[in-house]
Design a protein around this ligand. Structure first.
Ligand SMILES: CC(C)(COP(=O)(O)OP(=O)(O)OC[C@H]1O[C@@H](n2cnc3c(N)ncnc32)[C@H](O)[C@@H]1OP(=O)(O)O)[C@@H](O)C(=O)NCCC(=O)NCCS
Length: 164
């Protein structure tokens, strides 16, 4: 998805507002999740979005979104954002994030989605790491007990005899 940063997208310093960027990230990743699942999707969570460099008025912003892994009803989407200053020919990655979407039926209830099969080396790496990221976000959201987070056990230093 490509956007041009217009005056109404910026703050008083003429830089792109963070909220506008997150809106675009939400849209592009929702489209990726909808295309993968052929379903209506809702945003379930947004992993830390940070803004290292400001994006200027007049820059062209390119957002790329890809489903990294599908679980049951949820899908993790990786978004990479580039900012380009056309007159100077400078284009740089500005940020990236992982959003999670849940496919829902007509009543808004979660519904299973097809598996996502990684092909390239990078897709395989993102796919493999997605389980650890899922467990981390579910633990942080209070939806999974740290002791159930098998991929994170070493991080939380949970010993076998504390499992119960
Ligand atoms: C997301 C939502 C559908 C989950 O519904 P629920 O009744 O809690 O459903 P479940 O507990 O069965 O979870 C369904 C899936 O959501 C995932 N999920 C729920 N909360 C999550 C969170 N905070 N982060 C990541 N995934 C989450 C679960 O892991 C599960 O994934 P899986 O099916 O792949 O295993 C529901 O909470 C919802 O509709 N939220 C509002 C969404 C919305 O309006 N978004 C826009 C915000 S402005």
């Amino acid at each position: 998805m490509t956007e041009l940063v217009l005056p109404n997208d910026t703050n008083t310093l003429h830089n792109l507002m963070g909220g506008r960027m997150m809106h675009w990230m939400d849209i592009v990743s929702a489209i990726a999740a909808q295309k993968h699942s052929n379903r209506i999707v809702v945003t379930a969570s947004v992993d830390n979005v940070s803004f290292a460099e400001s994006i200027k008025l007049g820059n062209v912003v390119t957002l790329e979104a890809k489903v990294t892994r599908a679980f049951n009803s949820s899908m993790e989407v990786h978004i990479v954002v580039y900012a380009e200053d056309i007159p100077s020919g400078k284009k740089a990655m500005s940020n990236q994030a992982f959003f999670t979407f849940v496919a829902v039926d007509q009543l808004g209830n979660p519904i299973d989605v097809p598996e996502a099969i990684p092909e390239t080396e990078e897709e395989i790496r993102l796919y493999n790491d997605a389980l650890r990221r899922r467990q981390l976000r579910l633990v942080l959201a209070g939806r999974m007990k740290p002791r159930e987070a098998t991929e994170l056990r070493s991080l939380f230093d949970i010993k076998e005899d504390e499992k119960n």
